[in-house]
Design a protein around this ligand. Structure first.
Ligand SMILES: [Zn+2]
Length: 729
């Protein structure tokens, strides 16, 4: 071992001696990095670094005129100080997969690194700008976008844009937006961890958009932001010019952020990819890239991912030891894979210890019983909420230290809600340290396999002047009181979220180091934190907070355009099911991604028990491999609950796939034909109708790709699952 270490070190030293810091990657301008789908040309120009062009797989070149806008001044001791950036060629690097151009400012002493990287074999490339303060004085940086482009486009050509709403709270009426990008088009999409559309009417997007030519080839490109804080994307068209920007949200400005001596600022990483062949083609590349490069490899290690979960919220806050033990027994009988206790188990908000009246023996025995029955054990928390409990070292906001962590003062008569209190700003290092210890304690003490966070882990805004973020501007700060929670909004909100999100990621990175197999569910009031930053740090998302079959299918339809299906959790809740086929329809509406059942299964009839057991077996053995690995095709319009809708998985390496067909309430349409995708026209496929709504038969790929697959169902709110297997001759 020692010998190996020494020889490795010697080899490294030798390389260093031979070619110095930039060995083998002498900076060039222009430089190119590429994947099969995306080639970007990067160059240093007199105006600064520039993405010169993005080339898609079909050879279409999107030329960009806009150099990156680097900060021209910073603030030191309250005064604006101009900054002049010089390209440092010697410190810059470029190879086929990674490019970093370094720019130095002599006074104030700053270094800016402009980075691009292709992290996986396929898919998009990533980009980030870092500014390091190499001087002795604290510096305030102005707003820096992650990326800005001004692309040439054919002035007479038609373009279209895809953007996707979060399923926050409840899926929006449209959800998946595919709109023409005409001359004069102006669009802005925003994302936070809150999505308060109920207050402000603003529907948040999953921070991403795609723009493509509206022709047969559909050449285009997309941008997404790997950050959960306040971000925004813009797209504008003026004749033959297409302008776009992505990064932190500069509004409501003016934005500024503190960079202490020997510290740095990083723009949220963005990814940019080229695409041809339309939205599902883009999604199939993107989802594979996310699995390979963005999400945690540990998530995918178990073949039981996505998982079949029984969640206690079907009984709401009534959960206690007796009910938990009864649910565990039934979970084992129904062969669930995880038992998940939702809100209602704890002593108090901010006091994350079991309520002794409900759980006199604590939670560990429940976890141990789950493990004995072969189930994993998961638990709901909201670990950034402070309230009034004083026991166990709870987060008590009457403690002056904790009160300085919460985002705003509370009146003397303030009281928490049953499971919400007042949010602390984990951008404060001491607050982050407390949460880091607390989540580790919760996972360790309660023997958890999964930790769910709900509520507001990232502060929306903050009214404190002594936190690392910029101080609030009292004249422009609003504080909204919604039930127990105070929400702050003002010019410093983006900076507050910048610090808090980085702390959130750091807490979860530390937690994963200590508990490598731990699963992390991301749930901010149901589907409000669905973004590529949390995808990189968690294991799966709650994608909406409305759990009827239609809402579940709508949220899945939208979100699955841009995120791996395995990560997309829908909760199945109690819904009227007069017939057993309606019961199956209800379950299957949640069976296209991660399946969490939120029903009291102990009240199911014997027939329902049998049907559920069969559906769960189908999910685990037949459907899950497709959900994990297969390409996904949106083969109908977005579900409306009235008409039919369908979704197809097809796994080319396995020569097999599955079609989910759902019939809405429509009366006079007993059958629907779905034109399939991804098959080989010359091959023959065996079709198996799971519920035997039609006899099994064979069909050619050509027939299924042109005429389509017809499914017939007799009643409203019913479903069928059709398996496709290539016939080998
Ligand atoms: Zn703060």
């Amino acid at each position: 071992m020692r010998t190996n270490m020494t020889s490795t070190r010697m080899a490294v030293s030798l390389l260093w001696l031979l070619c110095g810091a930039g060995c083998g990657v002498m900076a060039q301008s222009p430089a190119t990095i590429s994947t099969p789908e995306t080639t970007v040309r990067l160059e240093n120009t007199a105006e600064g670094p520039r993405l010169g062009e993005l080339k898609t797989q079909d050879g279409t070149v999107w030329k960009n005129r806009q150099a990156e806008t680097l900060p021209t001044s910073v603030e030191i001791d309250g005064k604006a100080v101009p900054v002049k950036w010089e390209w440092n060629r010697g410190a810059s690097r470029a190879d086929g997969k990674e490019v970093s151009y370094v720019y130095d400012s002599a006074s104030p002493k700053l270094r800016l690194t402009w980075e691009w990287e292709a992290r996986a074999e396929h898919g998009p490339v990533e980009h980030q700008i870092r500014v390091e303060n190499l001087g002795k004085a604290e510096v305030w940086l102005p707003f820096v976008d992650s990326v800005r482009v001004e692309m040439d486009c054919d002035a007479s050509g038609t373009l279209e844009q895809l953007s996707v709403d979060k399923g926050a709270g409840t899926p929006s009426p449209v959800g998946t937006h595919l709109v023409d990008v005409k001359d004069g088009f102006q669009w802005e999409g925003t994302s936070t961890t809150y999505s308060h559309f109920e207050w402000n009417g603003v529907r948040e997007i999953i921070p991403f958009f795609l723009v493509e030519k509206k022709d047969r080839e559909k050449s285009g490109w997309y941008i997404g932001i790997e950050f959960s804080g306040r971000t925004r994307l813009t797209l504008e068209r003026a004749g033959g010019t297409l302008r776009a920007a992505a990064g932190l949200n500069p509004n409501p400005g003016p934005f500024k952020t503190r960079v202490r001596a020997e510290e740095g600022f990083e723009t949220p990483t963005v990814f940019m990819g080229g695409t041809t062949g339309g939205i599902d083609a883009a999604g199939n590349v993107l989802r594979k890239w996310e699995r390979a490069a963005l999400t945690k490899a540990a998530n995918w290690e178990s073949p039981e991912y996505p998982m079949l979960v029984n969640n206690s919220w079907g009984s709401g806050l009534a959960i206690d030891e007796t009910l938990a033990m009864r649910m565990l027994k039934d979970s084992a009988e129904l062969k669930f894979e995880m038992f998940h206790i939702d809100a209602g188990w704890f002593h108090g908000v901010g006091d994350w210890y079991p309520d002794p009246k409900k759980f006199p023996h604590g939670l560990a025995p429940i976890a141990d019983e789950a493990h004995r029955l072969g189930l994993k054990f998961g638990l709901w928390t909201d670990w950034t909420q402070a309230a009034l409990d004083t026991e166990h070292g709870a987060l008590n906001l009457r403690d002056p230290v904790v009160n300085n962590w919460v985002v705003a003062d509370t009146p003397a008569d303030w009281k928490p809600e049953p499971f919400k209190g007042q949010t602390i700003d984990i951008g404060v290092p001491a607050a982050r340290d407390w949460t880091e210890k607390e989540v580790d304690r919760i996972v360790t003490d309660y023997h958890l396999d999964m930790l769910e966070h709900d509520g507001y882990v990232v502060a929306q805004g903050c009214d404190r002047s002594n936190h690392p973020h910029a101080a609030p501007d009292p004249a422009q700060t609003t504080i909204t009181n919604a039930a127990s929670s105070y929400f702050v909004d003002g010019p410093n909100s983006t900076d507050v979220s910048y610090h808090a999100v980085r702390a959130y990621y750091s807490v979860y990175s530390e937690l994963r180091k200590k508990h490598p197999g731990l699963l992390l569910e991301i749930c901010n009031d149901g589907g409000r934190m669905v973004d590529f930053g949390s995808a990189a740090h968690g294991s799966y998302f709650s994608i909406t907070d409305t759990y009827d079959p239609l809402s579940n299918r709508r949220a899945f339809y939208d979100t699955s355009h841009v995120l791996p299906a395995a990560m997309l959790e829908t909760y199945v809740e109690k819904w009227p099911v007069p017939k057993i086929e309606n019961f199956r329809y209800m379950l299957r509406s949640g069976m296209m991604g991660w399946l969490t059942v939120m029903l009291d299964t102990t009240v199911w009839s014997e027939e329902q028990h049998r049907a559920a057991a069969a559906e769960f077996e189908l999910y685990k053995t037949k459907l899950r491999p497709f959900i994990r690995d297969a390409d996904l095709y949106h083969i109908s319009a977005r579900p409306d609950g009235i008409h039919w809708d369908g979704m197809e998985y097809f796994d080319a390496p396995r020569h097999a796939g599955v079609v989910y067909a759902f019939r809405g309430t429509i009366e006079n349409q007993a059958s629907e034909t779905f034109v399939l995708k991804g098959l080989e026209p010359e091959k023959e496929y065996a079709l198996h109708f799971q519920d035997q709504s039609a006899p099994d038969r064979k069909a050619t790929g050509n027939e299924l790709l042109t005429k389509g697959l017809t499914v017939s169902l007799t009643g409203p709110n019913t479903s069928e699952i059709v398996f496709l297997n290539e016939v080998t001759r």
